[in-house]
Design a protein around this ligand. Structure first.
Ligand code: VG1
Ligand code: CO
Length: 587
């Protein structure tokens, strides 16, 4: 196929953040914006030994506005770069975990060297909202920092775009193989690879029996008008025999429902945005139980736009993501076939609560602490397993930000987390006619055994960038000094430091990953700046207080951590520096 060279010029600010490059959609629609980034990625790949020439590439997204157009642009650049086979999900859709599964598992004798995922994940979509792009490598995981830094460097010097001349627009609305010269574009059912992998990981017959149990079992799953709707129909309706009543917002929309929807177009599964789900479950937006007695479903869950996040609820009960990963880890080997041989290890991001550490200790498996962002789990998972095909050397990871997953793929996986919880419920309910042991029962029993890591996150969104950076710089310079003169109440400071990660597998060092104040009782205050926003700065303040099994386990988390919040606000001078006295979101 003929290709053409088009002149271009660097565009400032194309630095990938925690999870890819995210900007306002209109910025991405600007001249050469997307093309520059994609070309810079191919230029960076040319400096590695990725088999781009004659290779296979996956391209798809979460269905947000501009997804179809972006795919066609990427096809043209990929073809000019020498890619011979491109795999695209039907309608241009693939969830983030499904992309990972396609890279690792899809049959046909061609191993993709990588993938472009078009998503800004939990950020709102639409022409006036956000768009994003992320590159994943041949292990199915997000590009490591060494690669994203190389891509960014190329965006600063790019002069030329190399695109296929006269490449036709490929129809994505039907599964079909298109041949253009010596290039094939294969459009396939988005659920094929991911769902068949999940069928190997979980005992689907047991989950089906739970859903159809004699004593009754009801659930609601909110896809929040993101890409998960496609997978939710396949898994819950077709495979597990649930009925339509269980599914909320299961049709993907380019604006996730937009400002008029209950979530205001924020396909972000948390107490603020998963409005329909928490109402259905009898949970108030502050996490408390509603007064009336229902009936409410036994189980509830939600996903974000690209379906890598999950939120787990029981009747009138919200499970914090940090507890969720700990509990899944605890029971995995008892009820999920993928883990039947035992766990190899587990990991959490630094701000995630230490509940997981207690379970890991009990199971006698290593527990790693990595910086925020799923890319940091990749090396650990690869080293715990054989590179490439599905392996059975299991490893579980989680983040406090509603991300949970394992080494079945190299992304967090919203559907996996839900099937893991259904597996735990099935395990606790062997008698199909007995009264259901529910989510709240399981979580409270867990606290009785391990104690409870009370946990809350405050987000301050839309803060002026310079002010946020100044606040962080002051604490980074001397965290301990920031505590001078601050009344710490019953808390005694043990350490104050900036988290720095030394990857035990490849030795790479990631600095400035968040400021930690750790107290002698294990309580923690953590500050970081978000790396997924598109304008201004978002300050994240993470608060954790541990209460051992002999203490009060049924208190209201925001009240328990309030003394820590007060200390955090004083020592950081947050209000003085940013002019903000209330967080915009509490999760
Ligand atoms: C946030 C979360 C982080 C998560 C990331 C991507 O990043 O804190 O834990 O991995 O989003 O999630 P940040 O830098 O804004 O804190 V997703 O579902 O938007 O890919
Ligand atoms: Co996401």
């Amino acid at each position: 196929l003929e290709s053409k060279l088009l002149p271009t010029a660097p565009i400032a600010g194309q630095k990938p953040g925690t999870s890819g490059l995210r900007k306002k959609t209109k910025v991405f629609m600007g001249k050469n914006y997307l093309a520059n980034f994609v070309q810079s990625t191919f230029d960076a790949l040319a400096q590695t030994n990725a088999p781009v020439q004659g290779g296979t590439l996956v391209v798809s997204g979460d269905g947000r506005f501009y997804n179809p157009q972006a795919i066609q642009i990427i096809l043209q650049i990929a073809v000019a770069a020498g890619v011979k086979r491109i795999w695209v999900g039907k309608d241009g859709l693939l969830s983030t975990p499904a992309v990972s599964a396609v890279i690792r598992e899809r049959e046909g004798g061609f191993k993709p060297f990588g993938a472009f995922i078009l998503t800004a994940s939990h950020n709102p979509g639409g022409i006036t909202e956000d768009f994003g792009i992320k590159y994943n490598c041949e292990n199915g995981g997000p590009a490591p920092e060494s690669l994203t830094n190389a891509i960014h460097k190329n965006t600063e010097t790019i002069q030329q775009l190399h695109m296929a001349a006269q490449f036709p627009t490929i129809s994505l609305s039907q599964a079909a193989t298109h041949t253009i010269g010596d290039v094939t574009v294969e459009v396939f059912d988005a659920t094929e690879d991911h769902v068949s992998l999940l069928q190997k990981v979980f005992a689907m017959d047991k989950l089906k029996a739970l859903i159809g149990r004699e004593g009754g079992f009801s659930f609601k799953y909110d896809s929040m008008s993101g890409v998960q709707g496609v997978y939710a129909r396949r898994v819950f309706l077709e495979l597990l025999g649930a009925d339509d009543w269980s599914l909320l917002n299961a049709t993907p929309k380019e604006d996730f429902g937009g400002p008029k929807s209950a979530s205001h177009g924020h396909a972000d599964p948390n107490l603020k945005n998963a409005v329909e789900l928490i109402q259905a479950m009898g949970i108030k937006s502050d996490g408390r139980k509603v007064e009336n007695s229902g009936p409410f479903p036994d189980f509830g869950a939600a996903a974000d736009g690209d379906a890598d996040r999950n939120m787990i609820c029981g009747t009138k009960f919200f499970v914090t993501p940090s507890d969720s990963v700990a509990i899944i880890t605890r029971f995995a080997q008892d009820c999920i076939p993928f883990f039947a041989g035992g766990l190899k290890g587990c990991a959490r991001s630094m701000p995630t609560s230490c509940a997981l550490d207690r379970v890991a200790k009990d199971l006698n498996v290593p527990c790693f602490e990595v910086p925020t962002g799923w890319k940091f789990f990749g090396n650990l998972m690869d080293s715990a397993s054989t590179y490439g095909k599905t392996d059975y050397t299991p490893f579980i990871c989680g983040e406090e930000s509603f991300g949970t997953g394992s080494n079945h793929v190299r992304e967090k996986d919203g559907m996996w987390a839900v099937l893991a919880w259904l597996s735990i419920l099935a395990h606790h309910n062997p008698d199909p006619a007995a009264e259901l042991v529910g989510v709240e029962d399981i979580v409270t029993e867990h606290w009785k055994k391990y104690g409870r890591n009370y946990y809350v996150r405050y987000d301050y969104e839309g803060v002026e960038k310079a002010a946020a950076e100044e606040m962080m710089a002051r604490m980074a310079a001397d965290g301990r000094a920031c505590c001078d003169g601050v009344d710490l109440g019953n808390f005694e400071l043990a350490t104050a430091d900036m988290f720095e990660y030394h990857d035990p597998v490849d030795g790479s060092v990631s600095k400035n990953q968040g400021i930690r104040f750790i107290f002698t009782d294990g309580s923690r205050i953590v500050f970081r700046l978000s790396g997924t926003g598109v304008d201004g700065a978002t300050i994240r303040l993470y608060l954790e207080k541990y209460v051992d099994p002999t203490g009060s386990l049924d208190m209201y988390a925001p009240e328990v951590v309030r003394p820590l919040a007060e200390i955090a606000l004083k020592l950081s001078l947050l209000a003085e520096k940013t002019g903000r006295d209330e967080p915009s979101v509490i999760t």
